[in-house]
Write a protein that binds this ligand. Structure first.
Ligand code: NDP
Length: 419
């Protein structure tokens, strides 16, 4: 008997809401609140009659702590699932603390405006001290740890696929497959085709910020940063085939390096087709990926936000996307004195996701773990006051939840390694 408040009603949130509604024994009541309430109403309308979960909707601006606090006080949820944008993470955490409610999200904090002098100074200090230049990092949310501990509340960060499931795979490998893990390669392959010359599979602004940034990986206790897309490999993915993949900076490397300090090297690769890369480079060259506001005909506009308005809404790609995703982690290390390797991964079919919940697989593979993470908190299996990432908890109930709720995983012994 639990009530959750879900903030956001985009591609990922819509899947999470569908999944909560399939799991009505745990999610007896869901309030969907977002900036555009009409999207919440339309989804609630579609789901009513198909679920025992009671659905209500609300409008909220998650950039406004007072609005959030008033909404949480009115709705009295057991958990707030923040599935809007990373820009609002700190505001939603503040509101959860003010109201004494547990918190969950799917991506770590990132500022919307990069020209705030206070933020810039802290960012430049972190770049110098830590050696990676991504705009996002965990420090902002880890700084809430003591406040959540004192309040007896749990904040579960990054329960999507990557971050999220990939860290559960790491915790599972450490618990069951290895005595010591030496290297982790996280491989994110999207073999799907939506038929557009260019579109992103999740929020375009966040996606393009992420992939146009320098790449970095963790090696021997420090970060190694490389120019964007400068490390390229090909890999033959189960049920997808051979794809080009590129090394990116990714947020879970930061928490894994902290929580699995024995691991010597952690890398993240994502597949991209040539057309995507050519479009992105061209947009970058003409300034369309910029987050700096410019004046246009007397009005301030942010180029990347204008671009977002032109690109297809990721939530609309579902009916047109065919093919599969394959996301997982390759481990090397030692077990019982012998060297070993293993690959844990999930394969997800875009059209099967669309038939089930009306979304493509990138939203699906993120929305399911958001629901499974929420289930861990609502059923008391992962409650630990403080601010935590997925690999800090017992992976077994979460891995069972993935199998049961649509993201079954498999283990391959002796996988082909990435050089
Ligand atoms: P979308 O852009 O599709 O949806 C975002 C939603 O948030 C929209 O409903 C939007 O409302 C709402 N929103 C935006 N700003 C506000 C605000 N100020 N107040 C209230 N609501 C707001 O994003 P996605 O669904 O693709 O992504 C959701 C989250 O999931 C992001 O944090 C993303 O980084 C993360 N993600 C994580 C992945 C993982 O594997 N861990 C993978 C993919 C995404 P409106 O309808 O008005 O625009």
């Amino acid at each position: 008997m639990s009530k959750v408040l879900i903030i956001g009603c985009g591609g990922v949130a819509q899947v999470a809401i569908h999944k909560c509604c399939q799991n009505s024994d745990v999610f007896t009541e869901v309030c969907i609140a977002s900036r555009t309430k009409e999207k919440c109403d339309a989804l609630a309308e579609r789901l009513r009659g198909t679920t025992a979960t009671k659905l209500t909707t609300a409008r909220v601006d998650a950039d406004d702590v007072e609005q959030l606090t008033a909404l949480i006080r009115r709705e009295q949820p057991d958990l707030v699932m923040h599935i809007a944008l990373p820009y609002q993470n700190l505001k939603v955490m503040d509101a959860c603390l003010a109201c004494g409610v547990n918190y969950l999200d799917t991506a770590n904090y990132e500022p919307e405006r990069l020209d705030d002098p206070a933020w810039r100074a802290a960012y430049e200090k972190r770049c110098r001290e830590q050696g990676f230049s991504a705009y996002f990092d965990y420090s902002y949310q880890w700084a809430y740890r003591e406040r959540f501990e004192k309040a007896g509340l749990t904040a579960l960060l990054g329960t999507g696929f990557d971050p999220g499931v990939t860290q559960a795979y790491c915790a599972y490998a450490r618990k069951h497959l290895f005595d010591r893990i030496d290297t982790i390669d996280i491989l994110d392959c999207n073999g799907g085709d939506h038929g557009y010359p260019f579109a992103t599979n999740f929020n375009p602004e966040l996606n393009l910020r992420e992939v146009s940034a320098p790449g970095s990986y963790w090696e021997d206790g420090h970060w190694v940063e490389v120019p964007p897309m400068s490390i390229h490999r090909t890999y033959d993915f189960d049920q997808v085939g051979q794809k080009d993949m590129y090394l990116l900076h990714h947020e879970e490397i930061e928490s894994l390096a902290k929580n699995l300090p024995e691991v010597k090297r952690i890398r993240f690769f994502m597949t991209f087709g040539q057309s995507y890369l050519t479009h992105m480079k061209c947009l970058e060259n003409v300034g369309m990926l910029s987050t700096e506001p410019i004046m246009y005909e007397g009005r301030e506009i942010v180029p990347i936000q204008f671009l977002k308005a032109l690109l297809p809404d990721p939530a609309s790609l579902g009916p047109r996307t065919v093919g599969k995703t394959n996301i997982g982690c390759i481990f090397t290390g030692e077990k019982d004195g012998a060297q070993k390797s293993a690959y844990i991964y999930n394969v997800c079919d875009h059209q099967a996701c669309y038939r089930e919940v009306g979304s493509q697989a990138v939203s699906y593979t993120t929305g399911v773990p958001a629901m499974v993470g929420a289930m861990m908190l609502l059923t008391g299996r992962w409650n630990r006051p403080g601010v935590h990432t997925v690999e800090e908890f017992d992976p077994d109930p979460y891995m069972d939840g993935l199998n049961r709720w649509g993201l079954p995983w498999q283990i391959c012994d002796h996988p082909v390694l990435v050089d």
